[in-house]
Structure formats: C-alpha cells, structure tokens
Design a protein around this ligand. Structure first.
Ligand SMILES: [Zn+2]
Length: 96
C-alpha cells in the first residue's frame, strides 16, 4: 500500500493556518475549498488547470486563418465563449 500525505498552504500568504471550507462543484469532480485564517482569503485546493498558452495561441492562429469561432471551438474542444474572450483580450485598441 502506498499512502501519500499532502500538506497544503494558503496560495496567497503560504500560511499553514487554513481550514476546510466546503467544496467547489465546478468541473468534473468536487474539489476542497479552504479559508485562510491569517489573510482571510478563500480558495480552492488543487484548482483546475487553465488552458495553457500553446492551446490559446493555436486557437487564435486557427481563428486568424478565418475559420469561424464555432469551427475553431469544435476543432480545439474549447467553448466558443472562451475563444471569444481570448480574441477580445488579444485585440489591441487605439490609444485615445
Ligand atoms: Zn493566507
């Protein structure tokens, strides 16, 4: 039998003085939430990984080749609203 012990700390202040505080039910499986008693923040242990930069760049490259947003979403397996958000973030605006 292999037993692993994982010691978590607050993501903000690295304090060990954290308490369990319910579950985050977004995503495939629930994840433990915590409350830091030192800096009074709330967070999630082992949060879901966000999309990496390579996925983001590839989706934007496909979109640049004039594929539709829905087509890009189907190819990349990313929700179309996520791609819209990336595109909006990438757009540069003219200075006022
Ligand atoms: Zn903290």
């Amino acid at each position: 039998m292999i037993t692993e012990t994982i010691i978590h700390s607050c993501h903000g202040c690295q304090s060990m003085n954290i308490r369990r505080n319910g579950w985050d039910h977004r995503g495939k499986k629930p994840r433990q939430k915590y409350h830091c008693l030192d800096c009074n923040t709330y967070g999630t242990l082992n949060p879901d990984g966000h999309y990496d930069e390579a996925t983001k760049e590839r989706a934007l490259a496909i979109y640049q080749e004039r594929a539709s947003i829905r087509g890009t979403a189907r190819v990349m397996g990313v929700h179309r609203n996520t791609i819209c958000r990336w595109i909006k973030k990438k757009q540069t605006r003219f200075p006022n």
